[in-house]
Design a protein around this ligand. Structure first.
Ligand code: PLP
Length: 421
């Protein structure tokens, strides 16, 4: 559920009419709903109630300072995957002890940054990384709390580009090798083992892969404890999917996911961390765009929008579906016909949807992409020298620009032409 509904025939973000925002900031833009972010964060809090737990928002899904600050204000921790994200979390006021550091290629500079700035744990993904971290921590005279990310070799049954838990993926340490890596960790200076980490992929629409992975983590917990390791914390990753196609999908609910976690781990006396990104931010955002032209082609009609693949790359990159709705509510009996919905970028891949059934819209009309709050703005680029689009946040009947559109001068002046001597 989200807070983007029609009132009096016009799509609103909470209590703000979308055309009102469009008139002020111009199109295209992203708009996020505070109430939806809050609601989704609370769904996880409720799902894990009674367990010792921390919900760490996966910042890579949406790292705007206002979004992070809002979630941090509710009590969320953060899952970061780069030094830049670490600094964003700290700038938004998140204390180090609520930040977990994930990622397959952490550099020594990033380790140094997190160790001096404060960190809850590093989720270590390889032996060379473990050794590097030991060296950096030892040189600083501190101890780095770690989990080892294990790869449980389960099929997440999701898009191949966002599956991470099969042995052929680059992520984590094969679970069979984990005992040896924990033994290495225990022998290194500057390293303190605190738990185990697993993350098998994104946009999972079935609980079964989670069950298989978590069962393996449970067995590993018992084994590592028997071998003398202090496994007091389990980071269970993110990845719960959302209904991108509203009328045609029903992924598991956070309550069902929470029930599974309870079932597998309730008797282990562990602290549970989860790292949801998409389920918190995805349906909390729209991409709002204007129709530039309706072009009648041979046998198909094109809706040419002012948003493009550089603003929202998921359809081009993953063949992803987004519901696309007119901002002016269609009347109940309005006919629908198929359109190819495209952007202005000079690539055939700049196609959001092919032969999508829509009620006809005209040049100048506003349309909105639903479920655009995750992996939208964060993956945007300035390809074709199209400025990064503004982000707007709504709270009740108020709205604020939380990232302004850069000017063309700002973009052009980032380049320098060398004056060769
Ligand atoms: C991407 C990622 C997440 C978040 O995945 P969602 O599908 O957005 O919930 C969590 N943890 C790690 C390590 C990730 O790489």
């Amino acid at each position: 559920m989200d807070h983007f509904l029609y009132h009096n025939g016009i799509l609103h973000a909470e209590d703000v009419a979308i055309p009102e925002i469009a008139a002020m900031v111009g199109t295209p833009f992203y708009v996020y709903s505070c109430a939806t972010l809050t609601r989704h964060y609370h769904l996880f809090e409720e799902a894990l109630a009674g367990l010792d737990h921390l919900v760490c928002f996966a910042m890579k899904s949406n790292s705007n300072q206002a979004v992070i600050a809002h979630l941090a204000g509710l009590g969320a921790g953060m899952d970061v995957v780069s030094g830049g994200e670490y600094l964003r979390a700290r700038a938004a006021g998140v204390p180090g002890e609520r930040i977990v550091f994930s990622g397959v290629g952490k550099t020594r500079d990033e380790m140094h940054m997190a160790l001096t700035g404060g960190i809850r744990q590093f989720n270590v993904e390889s032996e060379p990384e473990l050794i590097a971290l030991s060296e950096v921590a030892t040189a600083l005279g501190v101890t780095a709390p770690i989990t080892v990310r294990v790869n449980p070799d389960v099929d997440a049954k999701t898009h191949e580009k966002i599956a991470t838990g099969k042995s052929e993926n680059k992520f984590g340490i094969p679970i069979a090798k984990a005992p040896a890596v924990y033994a290495l960790a225990a022998s290194l200076s500057g390293i303190a083992v605190v738990g185990i980490d697993v993350h098998i992929g994104s946009q999972l629409t079935d609980l079964e892969p989670f069950r298989q992975a978590y069962q393996k983590v449970r067995e590993l917990t018992l084994r590592l404890r028997a071998e003398g390791h202090d496994i007091r914390r389990l980071d269970l990753g993110g990845g719960l999917g959302i209904p991108y196609e509203r009328n045609n999908s029903a992924p598991p609910l956070p309550t069902e996911y929470g029930a599974l976690i309870r079932e597998v781990f309730h008797d282990l006396e562990v602290e549970v961390e989860i790292e949801p990104g998409r389920l918190i931010s995805g349906n909390a955002g729209l991409l709002v765009t204007s129709v530039i032209y309706v072009k009648e082609g041979e046998g198909r009609d094109f809706l040419i929008l002012d948003a493009a693949m550089n603003d929202l790359v998921r359809p081009a990159m993953y063949g992803a579906w987004h519901d696309i709705v007119p901002v002016k509510e269609p009347a109940p009996g309005d006919e629908q016909r198929p359109f190819d919905v495209v952007g202005p970028v000079c690539e055939t891949g700049d196609t959001f949807a092919k032969q999508r059934q829509m009620t006809p819209v005209a040049a100048g009309d506003l349309v909105a992409f639903r479920s655009a709050g995750a992996y939208g703005a964060v993956m945007a680029s300035e390809y074709n020298t199209r400025p990064l689009i503004p982000e707007v946040m709504v709270k009740g009947d108020q709205f604020a620009v939380i990232r302004a559109r850069p000017t063309f001068d700002e973009i052009i002046n980032r380049d320098t032409v060398p004056s060769w001597g």
